[in-house]
Design a protein around this ligand. Sequence first.
Ligand SMILES: Cc1cc2nc3c(=O)[nH]c(=O)nc-3n(C[C@H](O)[C@H](O)[C@H](O)COP(=O)(O)OP(=O)(O)OC[C@H]3O[C@@H](n4cnc5c(N)ncnc54)[C@H](O)[C@@H]3O)c2cc1C
Length: 351
Amino acid sequence: MSTVVILGGGYGGLTVVHELLDRVPSDVRIVLVDRNPFGALKTEFYALAAGTSSEVDIRVSFPSHPQLDIVYGEVLSVSFEDRTVQIADRDPLPFDSLVIALGCTDNYHGIPGASEYSTGVQTLSATRRTYQLLNDTKPYGQINIVGGGLSGVEVASELRESRPDLNIRILDRSSLMSAFPGKLQKFVASWFQEHDVELRSQIHITKLEEGVIYNGSEEIPSDVTVWTAGIQPVELVQKMSFPKDKQGRLIVNEWHELPDVRNVFVIGDCSSQPFSPSGQLAQAQGHQVAQVIAARWNNKEISLPRIRLKGTLGSLGKKSGFGLMGSTPIMGRIPRMLKSGVLWKSRRHFG
Ligand SMILES: Cc1cc2nc3c(=O)[nH]c(=O)nc-3n(C[C@H](O)[C@H](O)[C@H](O)COP(=O)(O)OP(=O)(O)OC[C@H]3O[C@@H](n4cnc5c(N)ncnc54)[C@H](O)[C@@H]3O)c2cc1C
C-alpha cells in the first residue's frame, strides 16, 4: 500500500485530492490533512470579514471516498529523512508522496507591534476575529486598512457596503493598486472617492501601538487596523532550509517537486512561480501535480505544459468590480458578475 499525503485542503490541495480520487488505484491510500473540518474559499474572506457573507456561504465540504482518510489537525513539521509529517497530538504520519499546499500568512515586514495590534484575513480564524472587531466597532469609528492591493481594496469596499457609518481609510506605502494599470487605478480610486473612503499613499509605517499607527512621527488614530500589506508562506515552510525565492517561496522543478526530494510537491502560495500567488494558480498547479502523481503510479514520467492564467478579477462591493484579462482592463458590473461566476464555479468544483 502506498500513501499520498496532502497538507492543506485549500485551493491547491483540494484540487489534487479531487483529481486523484478520479483515478486512484486500489493499492493507494490518500490522506488529506487540514486544521479545519471543511475547506474555505479564501478568495471570499474579504466578505466574511466585512459581514456581507456568512461562513457557511464560503465553506466547501471535503470529499468522501473509501480510499480517502481525512485527518484534522495542526501540521507542525515534515521530516524528509524518514518521510513523515508531524501533526499536533498524533503519531507521525508516514508518506510515499507528499503535497505541501498550506498557503500563506501575513508578512509584517518586521514592523514593531504590527502582528499584535492589527488583524488580518489570511486564515479563517483571523478573518472571524476581523469580522468581530469590525462589526463591534462603535458607530463612526475609524478603520485603517494597511495595504492598497487587491485584498485591501476588496475589504475596504465590502466594509463600506456593510457599515456606511464607519470612517474607512486605506494606507499604502506607494499608491493604490500599484501593480495594476493606471486606468484601473483611477477607476478604483474614483469608486472610493464616491463612497467616502479616504486614500493615503506614501505612508511609511514605523510602529503600531494600541489604537495608533505611526507614520514616522505622525500618529494615525485607529479603532481597528486591518493588515493586508503583504504575504509570505506559512511558518512551517519559512523554517524549511531548501532554496527559496525573494518572497520566501520554495523553489520547485518542472513537476512542482522539491528538486532534491523525489515525490515531494509544493503548490500554491508556498511555491515559487513566475506569477503572483492566487487561487487560480494554486488550482492550475494542483491539476498538474495530480497528473504527475497519477503518471508515476503507472511508472511513467510526463512533461507539463506552461501554466497559463486567465486574468485577475476584483470586487468593489457587490455591484461593481474590475479585472485584467491579459493586458486589457475591464471595469464595472461585468467583472463583478464574472467574479461571482468564478465563485459559483469553485463551489461547484469543490463541493
Ligand atoms: C481577501 C483575499 C482575496 C483574494 N482574492 C483572490 C481572487 O480574486 N482570485 C485569486 O485567484 N486569488 C485570490 N486570493 C488569493 C488566494 O486566496 C490564494 O492565493 C489561494 O487561496 C492559495 O491557495 P493555497 O492552496 O496555496 O492555500 P489556501 O487556499 O490558503 O489553503 C491552505 C489550507 O491549508 C490549511 N493549513 C494552513 N496551515 C496549516 C497547518 N499548519 N496545519 C493544518 N492545516 C493548515 C488551511 O486551513 C487551508 O485550508 C485572495 C486572497 C485573499 C486573502
